[in-house]
Design a protein around this ligand. Structure first.
Ligand code: 5GP
Length: 205
């Protein structure tokens, strides 16, 4: 019935809960794939190659970028992050919906390439919780956390370019997952997503 898949982009500051919420959403939603990014950042404990990221050297990253293999890429806090082109294009063409979680500038770059992409900005209920969440995960140094918080203030300035805002309330992340699901469901029923011949088929069935 539907044409190409939908592209959902969940963005927002580091510590807002993108990873946890997107994991939960993927576990609950059929026909939804995740776009694994490439990065030059070293893996954190527990992160697996090809699942959380494709971990590459700066040389390999630049080689892929020069060959047109990345849809967008950004430097974030001293490391490079980018969205592999082939997987995104192939998955959408096959009719699967796709979700990705780049930082805010990457999200806006995706929107300019795919104007139909649905951009969702994720925030905690208090901006001040970001720091506590970054401290609690114990994966960054204090300097890195300070820099991520500075970036967060820059990122929120772009919030009006997004389609939706979802608040990930402290201790109620399940509600935020439901909100994300509601957005996905509603977007799947937007009339302009249905091809004319799909509607004609309905008419003549
Ligand atoms: P982290 O080091 O915490 O995994 O990611 C740092 C930031 O880079 C996060 O805000 C994350 O959303 C972003 N990021 C991850 N993958 C990509 C990507 O492919 N492109 C862009 N532009 N940002 C990304």
């Amino acid at each position: 019935m539907l044409g190409p898949g939908l592209l959902f982009v969940v963005s927002g500051p580091s510590g807002a809960g993108k990873d946890t919420l997107v994991d939960a959403l993927l576990a609950r939603t059929g026909r939804l794939r995740y776009s694994v990014s490439a990065t030059t950042r070293p893996p954190r404990p527990g992160e697996r190659e090809g699942e959380h990221y494709f971990f590459v050297t700066p040389e390999e990253f630049k080689r892929r970028e020069a060959a047109g293999g990345l849809l967008e890429w950004r430097e974030y806090n001293g490391n490079l992050y980018g969205t592999p082109r082939d997987f995104v294009e192939d998955t959408l063409t096959q009719g699967y919906d796709l979700i990705m979680k780049p930082e805010v500038n990457g999200a806006l770059a995706i929107k300019s390439t795919f104007p139909d992409a649905v951009l969702i900005f994720l925030l905690p209920d208090r901006f001040s919780y970001l720091r506590g969440r970054l401290l609690a995960r114990r994966t960054e140094t204090n300097e890195e956390i300070a820099r991520r918080l500075e970036i967060a203030h820059e990122e929120i300035r772009n919030i009006r370019d997004f389609d939706y805002i979802v608040i990930n309330e402290e201790h109620r992340s399940d509600e935020a997952v439901k909100d994300l699901q509601a957005i996905l469901h509603a977007e799947r029923f937007r009339i302009h997503r249905f091809a004319d011949d799909a509607i004609r088929k309905l008419e003549h069935s």
